[in-house]
Design a protein around this ligand. Structure first.
Ligand code: CP
Length: 334
């Protein structure tokens, strides 16, 4: 078990060694067991932290808020539109002040080209840990919960075929941060990762290069394809989920949170939906995962997400346990 976590920022899982990620999982499993048994876990008694959101959230906000309370602390929710950020206050000043008031700052800012830079700037000035609740590039809490869920269901993940598959959606333009974090993390556990998407929805080249380097180091593999059928065929885990074509069309600032996201280019790929017929081509015990919220009947048929292969609610629950593990280690560890 690695134990030098206290005071570190949590912006990207690539900043942590595999042994450190293993430790996060061990702590998450322990916290999950204690939660199930009703054993109190007051590891962060009387601490306070701030949860800053530039965008909406259900799972991330509430796993952090409830999780921190269960650890004995108090988390204050901050909607960025009601902060002085709305009048132009800088990331530097916000980070310095809030880090003097409490013990950590967590932030979601998904705006393409801005989110990660904002978090990095806060991390430069904050005297307390900065935690990434999802930015334009990474969603480390989601990827960690996904990893925990896969280990819980399968155990050793070496040579398990996991397919991260682009899916059609109309609900809103989603960041690339979930597939980026997954494609970087899963090869570190020796998984055979297939990334499938239509032409035009590529992840950045540096992401694929790093994912392949991780695979090389840990004995996994990374295959990128525009052939959806190849991704489903024989897969033990499928993660069909929409992401926006942020990288290729560079839509920039106005794109974040946009409602009107449907155009002819997107509509041409309406067939990229997770269906029972496609699931039937996967391994007979295939697991269906999704970070949620799902765009039902666009990304996935109800019969799949509500069916026997779906583990989306276990996946969502693990957001709580992994969030508590990261907060405990960064704020309470030695
Ligand atoms: N998966 C996830 O991050 O969900 P929220 O957007 O509801 O936080």
């Amino acid at each position: 078990m690695q134990s030098v976590f206290r005071g570190r920022h949590f912006i990207n899982l690539e900043d942590f060694t595999k042994e450190e990620v293993d430790t996060m999982l061990e702590v998450a499993f322990d916290l999950k067991k204690k939660f199930a048994m009703g054993v109190p876990t007051p590891y962060l008694l009387h601490q306070s932290m701030f949860l800053m959101f530039f965008e909406q959230s259900t799972r991330t906000r509430n796993s952090m808020e409830a999780g921190f309370a269960q650890l004995g602390g108090h988390a204050g929710f901050l909607d960025s539109s009601s902060m002085q950020i709305a009048h132009g206050e800088s990331a530097k000043d916000t980070a310095i002040i809030l880090s003097r008031f409490g013990h950590a700052i967590a932030c979601r800012y998904c705006n393409w080209g801005y989110g990660n830079k904002y978090l990095t700037e806060m991390a430069k000035w904050s005297t307390k840990p900065i935690m990434n609740l999802q930015c334009d590039l990474y969603h480390p809490f989601q990827a960690l919960a996904d990893l925990m869920t896969m280990k819980e269901k399968i155990g050793d993940l070496k040579q398990v075929k996991v397919s991260i598959i682009w899916a059609y959606a109309e609900s809103h333009k989603k960041p690339i941060s979930v597939p980026v974090s997954q494609v970087l993390l899963f090869p570190r556990y020796g998984m055979d990762v297939v990334l499938a998407h239509p032409k035009g929805w590529e992840l950045p080249d540096w992401v694929i290069a790093q994912a392949k380097a991780n695979a090389e180091k840990y004995g996994g593999s990374v295959t990128v394809t525009d052939n959806e059928a190849e991704a489903y065929e024989g897969a033990q885990i499928v993660i069909p989920k929409n992401w926006g074509n942020w990288v290729t069309d560079q839509t920039g600032v106005a794109a974040s949170g946009a409602v009107a996201v449907v155009d002819d280019k997107l509509k041409a790929h309406k067939s990229w939906k997770c269906t029972e017929a496609k699931m039937a081509t996967a391994d007979k015990n295939v697991l269906y995962m999704h970070a949620l919220p799902a765009d039902r009947n666009n990304e996935v048929e109800d019969s799949v997400i509500d069916g026997s292969h779906s583990i989306v609610y276990d996946e969502a629950e693990n957001r709580l346990h992994t969030a508590k593990a990261v907060m405990t280690l960064l704020m309470g560890g030695r």
